[in-house]
Write a protein that binds this ligand. Structure first.
Ligand SMILES: [Zn+2]
Ligand SMILES: [Zn+2]
Length: 449
């Protein structure tokens, strides 16, 4: 197991649960998957009741409506047992369904919805396992339904390549939420103290709620735009950020693939001016909620028919299409669309790429492969040599050092052959001509059905 942690857990899960039976509706597959998820959440929830001092984040404990949580745990246990039995009845291989049943029964044995809270909870730091469970519940309900209702790529499996690695990213970033939040507010608080000293509450914090929220979105995205652009342009930062770009199949979980150092740097730098200006807690909290929903949504395997019909939506807000283009493995969308909320920033700074109806055919990074597995990804920036987004493993191909905007590594993905400079020039010319005839490297039109 220890060694396995360095690799992707995908093969392990497909060995334990996988079979070659159908996953279509009525096959018992969806029932089994929901049973395992419900059982996992129920058992995790009951454990948080039993051991709150170790598992839960102190900042959240007092906020929970306990009767609602207990009712939710009861429902999840029922779902795990009933759907697990349905799945085991329908499928030839019973592991999936029975795992759901076992998790549901384990949650019951541990105390179920009536699990008692300890009389005293220590003041210790506590992991944010509760925060992780809540997010898994809300995110799967919200985004899995969106992705089922209107998938961009219906052929993409739910458990696509690298899903377990991204699951660990989700777990670690949420379990460490308390520590991370304490760190990311430090620079802003320190600057506010040293610059403004004993100055009382700020004028910004007294402005109307919606006005503050709008100002926060603009300022935060302006900061994010330039930080994100630096992460693409500076070799040392691209080492970290290329991990986020390494997913070849996009879905909501892909948004979680981020190096921990990048998470801390980006969030601290975005929060610093907001704290310095002195916006109120309410608008800040509303912004953080909006930003987390938006950041996950733009990665989803989801094509909004509404956004496609209402062209103006993409002029106001970054949509999945605009951010998927940012993740394009090659073609003219590389190093474009850096903003996460407001496409107008990319328009302003000349980096918007969003021709109507165009989606990338391929996402990911070419050149040196990013390793699979959470810990291998966290270590990879300290192992790999320098490069930038558009110069990654690529410099020797640039004719006379001029940036050409096309990535040669992508031109022969199957052979990995490097070719002479003349070959490369020829291929680039060919690609440019193709682009002139309305075809763009690495992009496709996907129309709304
Ligand atoms: Zn990026
Ligand atoms: Zn992204």
């Amino acid at each position: 197991m220890g060694n396995r942690l360095w690799h992707s857990l995908d093969p392990f899960f497909s060995r334990v649960f996988g079979d070659d039976a159908s996953t279509d509706p009525g096959s018992g597959w969806a029932a089994g998957v929901i049973a395992v998820l419900a059982g996992f959440l129920a058992a995790g929830g009951v454990l948080c009741f039993r051991f709150p001092g170790v598992l839960t984040a102190p900042g959240l404990r007092s906020l929970y409506p306990l009767p609602v949580l207990r009712a939710a745990i009861g429902l999840l246990i029922c779902a795990a047992i009933v759907l697990g039995l349905v799945s085991a009845r329908l499928r030839r291989r019973k592991v999936l369904g029975l795992t759901g049943v076992c998790l549901g029964v384990a949650a019951l044995v541990l105390g179920g919805p009536a699990a008692a809270l300890p009389r005293q909870i220590g003041p210790g730091p506590g992991l944010g396992f509760d925060w992780f469970l809540l997010n898994v519940l809300i995110m799967t309900l919200l985004y899995a339904s969106l992705e089922r209702a209107a998938p961009l790529r219906p052929e993409q499996p739910v458990f696509r390549k690298g899903w377990t690695t991204d699951g660990v990213h989700l777990l670690v970033s949420h379990v460490g939420v308390q520590g991370a939040s304490a760190i990311i507010v430090l620079p802003g608080q320190w600057l506010r103290r040293s610059i403004l000293g004993g100055a009382g509450p700020s004028h910004a914090g007294a402005l109307p709620f919606l006005f503050q929220l709008a100002a926060i979105v603009v300022i935060a995205d302006l900061c994010f735009y330039w930080i994100h652009r630096a992460f693409h342009a500076w070799p040392l930062l691209w080492r970290l950020h290329r991990i986020h770009h390494s997913n070849e199949q996009m879905d909501w979980l892909a948004s979680e693939r981020l190096h921990v150092v990048e998470i801390v740097i980006v969030r601290a730098l975005v929060l610093t001016p907001l704290i310095l200006i002195g916006f109120g807690q309410g608008p800040l909290l509303a912004y953080v909620t909006f930003a987390s929903v938006q950041a996950v949504l733009v990665h989803a395997n989801f094509r909004s028919k509404l956004a496609a019909r209402l062209g103006w939506v993409e002029r106001i807000l970054v949509t999945p299409r605009i951010h998927h283009l940012h993740h394009a493995a090659d073609g003219p969308a590389v190093d474009k669309n850096f903003a996460i909320h407001l496409p107008v920033l990319d328009r302003l700074f000349g980096t918007l790429y969003a021709p109507p109806g165009v989606w990338p055919t391929r996402t990911g990074v070419d050149g040196r492969p990013v390793p699979e597995g959470y810990w291998a990804q966290q270590l990879s920036p300290f192992r790999s040599p320098h490069g930038t987004r558009s110069g990654d493993d690529f410099d020797e191909y640039r004719p006379d050092g001029v940036g050409v905007g096309l990535r040669v590594a992508a031109l022969e993905p199957a052979t990995g052959r490097r070719g002479t400079r003349a070959d490369v020039k020829h291929r680039l010319e060919h690609d440019r001509r193709a682009a002139g005839h309305g075809r763009r490297g690495g992009l496709e039109h996907r129309t709304v059905r």
